[in-house]
Design a protein around this ligand. Structure first.
Ligand SMILES: [Zn+2]
Length: 288
């Protein structure tokens, strides 16, 4: 199945009270692990690509070529969207050009008027080309230069203004942050989420920073209108731990254990297990 935009899968998720996972990719192994798991679970899936990861993988065209090749080579039949994560205005345009099926324009650091203006322009381009588009209101905190910022809470009225521009999905800050959550994290603001949901109606809402949010909070967020949840750090930690164990057990020194296909195999299995656990938690299994 060729790449699809995320509109249909998210509309169904919103109506069916479950969420579709966005799993960020970093290389071939990552992409393969996520696609195979989504297929095995019969779940729709969104592959997220940050601008940094896009650069690392030698540009957006390389990413599109790799993903499209895998959809064919691995006989993937579940719906797959290839989505730019936290895109700049320029990055969004480059991904549209390169053949992504979905983009996020993160204008949350602009004053609201400028965020609206730029989002509006990109909505028109995406509509014309058949892509889905995610916008963001209220920046999502996280670690930057060693400082962990608290997750901001979005203004529900601003959320409505952006939702009304015709975006496909909306990321609203509700106290969530990227990376590992600090021990003194205050938790998600369900009051903010409920207020945003009330103002935006059927708009699928996106929860960023899915790593380490307790399962009961994830379930409550889904019940309040979250239809897409982004997972990145958790797969990285799973890969790192499994790879560390492989090396520490000296397996790379046994036989052909140095072969990269063997060296990375345990890490790949760990990513698969992480994706499987999330798909089960989000409720998107058998919803392809
Ligand atoms: Zn994010």
């Amino acid at each position: 199945m060729p790449l699809v935009n995320a509109k249909e899968m998210l509309t169904k998720a919103k109506a069916g009270h479950y969420a579709v996972g966005q799993f960020n990719i970093n290389n071939l192994e990552w992409t393969k692990a996520i696609l195979l798991t989504a297929q095995e679970m019969n779940s729709p899936v969104i592959l997220g690509v940050s601008e940094g990861a896009g650069k690392y993988m030698c540009g957006y065209k390389t990413v599109v070529g790799m993903v499209e090749g895998m959809l064919e080579g691995l006989n993937i039949t579940v719906p797959v969207a290839l989505h730019l994560d936290h895109g700049s205005y320029e990055g969004a345009k480059a991904c549209i050009e390169a053949g992504f099926s979905s983009i996020m324009f993160d204008g949350s650091h602009y004053p609201i008027d400028e965020n609206i203006e730029k989002t509006k322009e990109l909505v028109a381009i995406c509509e014309e080309k058949g892509l889905s588009i995610e916008a963001e209101v209220g920046s999502i905190g996280g670690e930057e230069d060693g400082v962990v910022g608290a997750g901001e809470c979005a203004d529900p009225n601003e959320c409505k203004m952006i939702a009304d521009l015709g975006v496909t999905m909306l990321a609203a800050g509700i106290g969530n942050i990227h990376g590992k959550y600090p021990a003194n994290w205050a938790g998600l603001s369900f009051d903010t989420l409920a207020a945003v949901q009330e103002k935006t109606g059927t708009m699928p809402l996106v929860l960023h920073g899915g790593t380490g949010i307790p399962a009961d909070m994830i379930k409550k967020a889904i019940s309040l209108g979250v239809s897409k949840i982004n997972v990145n750090t958790e797969c990285q930690l799973a890969f790192q731990e499994a790879t560390r164990k492989y090396i520490e057990a000296g397996k790379d020194l046994e036989g052909k254990g140095f072969d990269p296909r063997k060296l990375l195999a345990d890490g790949v299995e760990a990513i698969k297990a992480c994706v499987k656990e999330k798909i089960e938690l989000f409720g998107s299994a058998d919803k392809a």
